[in-house]
Every structure is written in structure tokens, then in C-alpha cells.
Design a binder for this molecule. Sequence first.
Ligand code: TRP
Length: 332
Amino acid sequence: MKKRVIYSAIQPSGMMTLGNYIGAVSNWRDIQADGANDCIFALADLHTITVRQDPEKLRRNSVSFLALLLAAGIDPKRSVLYVQSHVHEHAELCWLLNCYTYVGEMNRMTQFKDKSAKHSDNINMGLMDYPVLMAADILLYKSDQVPVGVDQMQHIEIARDIAERFNNIYGETFVVPEGRLTKTGAKIMSLQDPTSKMSKSDPNPNGVISVLDSADDIARKIKRSVTDSGLEIVFDPENKPGVSNLLTILASAEGKTVEEEVKAFEGKMYGHLKVACAEAVVEMLRPFREKYDAYMSDEAGLLAVAADGRERAQAIAAKTLADVKRKIGLLV
Ligand code: TRP
């Protein structure tokens, strides 16, 4: 039986937040554990440079993110794990797909508008082309499903549109991918403003936990997190976003459901919830941190994992690209 191809990628920029870990990467590990899936995971470094990066930092971050993914349980024997810029087919397919994508479509993308406002001194072509590169990532591997957060769903829609458009002109070429929303309830919010997503670019460092924060920092940030008026511990993201966020984090860290946590905290106070949440996150990240340190002490080993991933990814990508070129009428 043919396995389902699952594709996702993460940018090696800044830190990996608790939100990335719970909302995305630990989800990847669960998807990888399902024998019906063929998983391909990438470091989307070509996407990262749409915002200006310090070269040395970018390099260090790429190595670090490889270690983070391995520590989180991505197994390079079961999944393909590689670096986007290592496989030149991505940039090449992106160019080809550009010729089947309209400027108007890209102009309307929410993330493009947001990032243009935020980086108004550097609205480069790459920023505008970001969704087409993402479509190339996904379509090169004939991906069936793409696990992403809500904020990336519009990019999946565009990838589907481009795939369908191409297939209509040239015949069945691409698999039209489906977005797969990461587990609902697994969206982690800022600890200081629980109505907005926990983000590595949060101007308030107390709102965001890095998976590499010390145990003390983690506990401090959770204990100082913003909670809501009232006393009762209930899951109600609308009216009690702070408490609900802590319940989500606690449930994820302990591998329980939010309902189970609510029950366990009946009659208790916000302070109890914070202490339990801090402990659970510290305990969850302790073994993770140990594995991360071990991987980081062997950079050559990390680069060897990436080199192996590159070979396996490229074997697939090269075939798709050749097929696309042939269909368009380029000499191959
Ligand atoms: N844009 C995604 C993000 O920032 C990362 C990404 C790049 C991606 N290429 C992808 C995700 C392909 C899924 C599929 O989160």
C-alpha cells in the first residue's frame, strides 16, 4: 500500500519557542510514529533570508535547529530531514511556478502584508515570493498532507491553486496537497498577552519561553504569566485566555487532555495551576535539553545527518522537477 506523504518545514530563525515545540514539532513526532506516513521535514532557510539575517547567526541557528529537531524525536532513519537550500530544485521549481502565479494573488497574502508593514525598509521580492517557494517545497515531494498552524493555511491554499492550475494546463503532474491543522487546542499563546500567539518576535521576553531556557527562567515566566479576573479554573479561551493557555500548556506537557486538567484543578487556585504548569514544562524539557546538548557537541554528526537527508530529498525532488520541465517544453 502506498504511504501518505507528509511534508512540513520550520524556519531556522531566532529561538524554538514552547509554542513551536508543543504546536508543531511534537506533532511531527506523532505523525512520524504512524506507519502509514512517509514524512519529510525541512529547515526552510531560504524562507528565513526574506528577512535580513546575520550570516554567522544564521549558520549557527541552522545547526542548532537540526539538533532541536533530533532532540524532539525526529528520527532521520524514519523521516527525511534536510536543509532546503541544500536541494537546489526548490529554487528552480519556484522560478517555474512563478510563471504560473499572479502578482495580484501574492499582493493579497496576509503574511506578506503583515511582514511588509513590519519590515517596510526591506520589502524584497523574496518576501513577496515566499508563498511560491513554499508551494515548490510542498509540490516537489508530491505531498498529500502538510501539517501547519492556522497562520500558514493561506499558503497551503495558494499551493493548491498553483498545483491545480498547472495540472489543468499540462495534465496530472502535482498532487494537490491538503493542509492539516495541528491539533486544536495546541495553539500556545503569549504568557503576557494570552490573546496573541506565543512568538519568537514577541517584544516582551517574558511572554515567550524558549525550549532552551533554563529551568529557573521557565518557572519564573510561567509564575508571572498574566491570568484573568475571577477565581475559577475553567477552559474558556474567550473569557479566560490566560488560564486557558496555562491549561493547554499543562495538558500538552503531561500528555493529558484539557478536560482532565480542569477536573484535577476543581476548587484550586490560579497559583496552584501556575506551579503545576511550571513543573510540568520544566520536566518535559529536561530530557529534551540533555539530548540537545549531546547533539550539539557533535556538529560533524549533525552535518552528516543533513547530508544524508539532502541525498534522499534530492532523489525525489529531481524527478519531479524533470517532469515539470519536460511538460513545460524545456529541453531536459
Ligand atoms: N512558512 C512556514 C512557517 O514559517 C515554514 C515552511 C516553509 C513550510 N516551507 C514550508 C511549512 C512547506 C510547511 C510546508 O511556519
